[in-house]
Design a protein around this ligand. Structure first.
Ligand SMILES: [Zn+2]
Length: 49
């Protein structure tokens, strides 16, 4: 089922937004903010679809 694939992706990003500036994570650099350089805590494990 590929329905809602885009939505699921967007929702996943919501929890990855930078807590400092709220910027969306860049591809390949989700552990660090490309905007302000703030390092996100990897406490929350990514949901494995
Ligand atoms: Zn930031």
């Amino acid at each position: 089922m590929s329905d809602g694939e885009e939505t699921g992706d967007a929702v996943c990003w919501l929890g990855m937004l930078c807590p400092e500036c709220g910027a969306m994570p860049s591809e390949g650099a989700t552990d660090r903010c490309w905007r302000c350089g703030a390092v996100r805590d990897s406490e929350e494990e990514r949901e494995a679809t």
